[in-house]
Design a protein around this ligand. Structure first.
Ligand SMILES: C/C(=C\C(=O)SCCNC(=O)CCNC(=O)[C@H](O)C(C)(C)COP(=O)(O)OP(=O)(O)OC[C@H]1O[C@@H](n2cnc3c(N)ncnc32)[C@H](O)[C@@H]1OP(=O)(O)O)C(=O)O
Length: 299
């Protein structure tokens, strides 16, 4: 555990400057094309029919669109865009995707062929003392619309951590529950990670640059993308409950997953879900620790 009693890296004045970003928004437009759908289907080892105009986009596959097309000269040391543009210039160097909450409009599924618009707003910037050290969370709220209106709202939690300290510990582990109704083992080799980074045009070095992730960020291996694990959780549900359409999905990444060993995704009907519409989904690393917990509610 790090010493949380030392003076914080971010004081009240620095936090107030970051909070000046709250309320900022940007709007991007895109087309839901078939090629990325076909490529993700292959990456997830699925046996889908070829996508065509009108094919419904599976839940979370909208992350294949609205990609961050920053110029090369705008890229920072970690491979993401330099901070201080749309996202506030948080001075903690280690960025992670911490979680999210998504709601789909059942009557308006995103489809191949849709022209789409996404409006993103910085909803909050908060400073917390975590068990692993100082944390800054940036909450980004997205609204995705097509020609028929609102299709999806999403809250995305981005977390920033202080630089790695000597002897730093991983987040405290939580054992996974052993009562899964369905499970799948995933081999997170660097080809899988590379393909997902390429599909999402994500330059974040923690997913492909082993020297950077071990020597600069202090992790033991390449880090599996949080959105990829979330996508694998929903994919597990689709494999076991055919025809599912999601109304809501929420997830939290509680411990990083590294490419150095296979991991598992699990699911079961949620306790107390009498209509079988709510499912618990979770990720487990090779040591048996919980890495991601999620809840999916069917439409
Ligand atoms: C793509 C992409 C990047 C990635 O995909 S990175 C890989 C995916 N993400 C991860 O692997 C993150 C794994 N999680 C962690 O490493 C830890 O959970 C984390 C975020 C470092 C926090 O650990 P702590 O033990 O220090 O935190 P505490 O449990 O003590 O909680 C302190 C407060 O923070 C809130 N909180 C904790 N975790 C989360 C979370 N995942 N989402 C939202 N909020 C979280 C917690 O509730 C506490 O808040 P209080 O108000 O109660 O104080 C790319 O960059 O593109």
């Amino acid at each position: 555990m790090q010493d949380n009693t030392s003076s914080p890296l971010i004081d009240a004045e620095a936090l107030a400057k970051l909070q000046a970003w709250q309320g900022r928004s940007e709007t991007l437009v895109d087309d839901i094309t078939a090629a990325p759908v076909r490529a993700l289907s292959a990456t997830l080892d699925r046996d889908d029919a070829l996508p065509e105009a009108g094919t419904h986009l599976p839940a979370l596959w909208h992350w294949l669109y609205f990609l961050p097309h920053h110029r090369q000269s705008e890229i920072g040391e970690d491979g993401h865009a330099k901070r201080g543009g749309f996202l506030p210039p948080v001075p903690l160097p280690r960025r992670m995707w911490a979680g999210g909450r998504l709601n789909w409009e059942a009557s308006n599924p995103l489809q191949v062929g849709d022209k789409v618009e996404r409006t993103s707003t910085i909803a909050s910037v908060t400073h917390k003392a975590g068990r692993t050290g100082e944390l800054v969370f940036v909450l980004v709220r997205h609204e995705v619309r097509n020609a028929r209106g609102l299709a999806l709202t999403e809250e995305h939690d981005i977390v920033y951590r202080a630089a790695a300290a000597p002897g730093e510990k991983a987040p405290p582990p939580t054992p996974v529950s052993k009562d899964a109704a369905f499970s799948r083992e995933i081999v997170p080799d660097d080809v899988l990670l590379f393909r997902y980074s390429a599909l999402t045009f994500n330059g974040h070095r923690i997913h492909y640059d082993r020297r950077y992730v071990t020597e600069v960020e202090g992790y033991p291996g390449l880090i599996v993308h949080g959105p990829l694990i979330a996508t694998l959780l929903v994919d597990l549900l689709r494999r076991n409950v055919p025809g599912v359409q999601l109304a809501r999905f929420e997830f939290r990444a509680v411990r990083p997953t590294f490419d150095i060993a296979p991991f598992r995704v699990h699911g079961k009907p949620a306790e107390g879900s009498s209509d079988n519409k709510t499912f618990s989904l979770w990720g487990e690393d090779a040591d048996g620790w919980l890495t991601m917990q999620a809840t999916a509610v069917l439409a």
